[in-house]
Design a protein around this ligand. Structure first.
Ligand SMILES: Cc1cc2nc3c(=O)[nH]c(=O)nc-3n(C[C@H](O)[C@H](O)[C@H](O)COP(=O)(O)OP(=O)(O)OC[C@H]3O[C@@H](n4cnc5c(N)ncnc54)[C@H](O)[C@@H]3O)c2cc1C
Length: 596
């Protein structure tokens, strides 16, 4: 990989200015995006404080196929509490602890939800956050490189340039190595009864379609927040990055954020830096609530228990936690095509592909985790739609939460449920995702869970892991949708285009058929996370458990905002990084406008 000089604006503690216009907490996906945009104005100074290290160009960060192999020092080691509705199992939560955050280690799917996903945000009390409002920011964030005509012809990829950006920092493209069976996947879903949108990023992400990756076609390397929003602009003298330091709390004068306290990781010494205009929190959904709670912004009951002085009682901080639960349904293709994913089991073949990548930057190593997915609305998934919607609608909100839960959080859940059910009835959101494409085995993902969890601290140690409760499958109707998703998967495998490849389901086996059997299977094999944690500092009205308003400012204090995946009020039916980039792009515009 062409190595660059990376030290220019990485500062050490001694070089810090005593104050900056903006201090950004967390140099991950959203933090680096916002810092890049705010530092476009050379008269403003910006400091990013990142708990993790700057990667040293280890292969896992730039060779797409090596995703998942990041050295442990760049990862958090987070584990949930035992999840009651899931046989009391505990589950990890993957998150990147490095400059670039999740974007450095993710699976590189780069897609968007449906218009209905974002219109839900708007309709929950967030003017300016519907699909039409966000589309310009999706476009601003990316440079989309369409596939060449030979690829289009061979694989039938369709796209609509009018919904894409052509000059944004994140590079999006298709790898030059695609599997022919994806065409069968897409055709089978059409035979099943859904459609193939021309471009799944157009606001119509209902159906089965090709998906691009965060792949820079110049060398077929990962495009991520570090390369796109830091390396690209590191010559700016008004942008400073302080890696390997954790923000321990936001400092307040009264209720005005005035700066942050931070510490070098591995040293208990504390230091302070001032923010003249705003402190911007971008620590990611697992850690943003931790930073807020440590700073005295959160549920007062919790803060008092930990003897943290309360700056503002905000019960929603750490609540409304959502992710996408999933399981893998296994199947085989007895008559598979050439090439197919099973080749990668052969070490000699892999060595050849690695040599091809090293020499030509083509072949298998340009691929990450997939280039197609199906997002299916409930009425296409099952004929039990009315029954399932009624089951959700008849639930008593209070029973979804432990005794003592603040009434605003319960009201927020009710509002989300009612809005979601209207969208499900209207058929404008997907509830199930079938990820990947070229195999009969599929990750089946619940896209619109109504179970909610929480992330809270139980210690004032800023480096301690927060307590992660996924609230996994707490809502039994979520499980019921997963049951229907298995039935739909079996049905799609029986369609002519899959049968042409000899598709057969293997697990769950065909003799597992009753709702009860399928439910039991789902509970045994599911995990609560697709590494899409969201919602822990939700953008919702305060009386609905919100933490920030549509301007992303934290309620009850001034000069403090949140710009990361925590603000997502309802998780969209998509992989969420492009949404996080769009949020951060919009956040930067909002912050600039109020600080001219
Ligand atoms: C393994 C994995 C696979 C994924 N696959 C996909 C995919 O294929 N497609 C997709 O669209 N999405 C995917 N995602 C999700 C996507 O990458 C994330 O949603 C997104 O990166 C979140 O961005 P963020 O800015 O909210 O948080 P992050 O990018 O996680 O940034 C938060 C940063 O804050 C830092 N931080 C935390 N606490 C502190 C503190 N106290 N002081 C200073 N810094 C702090 C962290 O170290 C981190 O760098 C995946 C995520 C993971 C982890």
């Amino acid at each position: 990989f062409p190595s660059t000089t990376l030290k220019a604006r990485v500062v050490s503690e001694e070089d810090l200015y005593p104050s900056y216009d903006y201090v950004v907490v967390g140099g991950g996906t959203s933090g680096l995006t916002v810092a890049d945009r705010l530092s476009e104005d050379s008269s403003k100074t910006v400091l990013v404080i990142e708990r993790g290290l700057l990667d040293q160009r280890e292969e896992a960060f730039w060779i797409p196929r090596l995703l998942g192999l990041a050295p442990p020092k760049y990862l958090y080691n987070l584990t949930s509490t035992p999840q009651q509705a899931s046989l009391n199992r505990t589950f990890g939560l993957q998150a990147g602890c490095l400059v670039g955050g999740g974007s450095a280690i993710n699976s590189m799917f780069f897609d968007r939800g449906s218009a209905g996903d974002y219109n839900l945000w708007r309709d929950l009390g967030n003017p300016g956050w519907g699909w039409d409002d966000l589309l310009p920011y999706f476009k601003k964030s990316e440079t989309f490189h369409p596939p060449d005509s030979a690829t289009v012809e061979k694989f039938g990829i369709t796209y609509d340039m009018s919904v894409h950006g052509t000059s944004g920092p994140i590079q999006a493209s298709y790898p030059p190595y695609l599997y022919p069976a994806v065409k069968n996947f897409l055709a089978a879903w059409k035979e099943f009864g859904t459609h193939n949108p021309i471009d799944g990023t157009s606001g119509d992400a209902l159906g089965a379609f090709w998906t691009a990756n965060t792949l820079n076609p110049d060398g077929n390397v990962r495009s991520y927040a570090r390369t796109a929003h830091y390396d690209r602009v590191q010559s700016r003298s008004n942008l400073h990055l302080l890696p390997a330091h954790a923000v321990t709390r936001v400092l307040f004068q009264g209720t005005t954020a005035s700066g942050v306290e931070f510490m070098p990781v591995g040293d208990s010494r504390r230091a302070k830096v001032n923010a003249k205009k705003e402190v911007i929190i971008a620590a990611g959904a697992p850690h943003t609530p931790q930073v807020l709670q440590l700073s005295g912004v959160g549920p007062s009951v919790l803060l008092k228990k930990l003897h943290i002085p309360v700056v503002v009682n905000l019960p929603g901080v750490g609540h409304n936690f959502q992710d996408h639960p999933l399981f893998v349904a296994d199947g085989v293709l007895t008559n598979d095509l050439d090439p197919n994913p099973s080749y990668s089991a052969n070490e000699t073949w892999l060595e050849g592909e690695r040599a091809t990548y090293d020499t030509y930057r083509t072949g298998f190593y340009t691929t990450s985790s997939g280039n197609a997915a199906a997002f299916i609305p409930l009425h296409e998934l099952t004929n039990r739609t009315d029954e399932l919607v009624d089951a959700y609608a008849s639930q008593e909100p209070k029973l979804q939460f432990p005794a003592g839960t603040d009434s605003t959080i319960i009201a927020g859940w009710r509002a989300q449920r009612d809005a979601l059910l209207a969208s499900i009835r209207a058929g404008v959101v997907a509830v199930s995702e079938y990820a990947n494409g070229p195999t009969a085995a599929m990750a089946i993902v619940l896209e619109k869970p109504l179970s909610r969890g929480s992330i809270t601290i139980n210690s004032t140690d800023p480096l301690a892991n927060p307590v992660i409760d996924y609230g996994f499958y707490k809502n039994p109707v979520d499980v019921e949708i997963q049951v229907e998703a298995i039935r739909a998967w079996r049905k799609v495998l029986s369609m002519p285009s899959w049968q042409a490849l000899g598709a057969q389901p293997t697990n769950p086996a065909n003799n597992i058929t009753t709702n009860e059997q399928l439910r039991e299977w789902v509970i045994q094999v599911s995990t609560p996370t697709t590494s899409h944690p969201s919602g822990t500092a939700s953008m919702l009205p305060k009386n609905l458990g919100g933490v920030v308003g549509p301007d992303l400012r934290v309620y009850g204090v001034s000069k403090l905002s949140v710009v990361d995946a925590s603000i997502i009020p309802m998780i969209p039916a998509t992989h969420i990084q492009s949404t996080v980039y769009a949020i951060a792009e919009k956040a930067a515009d909002l912050i600039k406008a109020r600080n001219t």
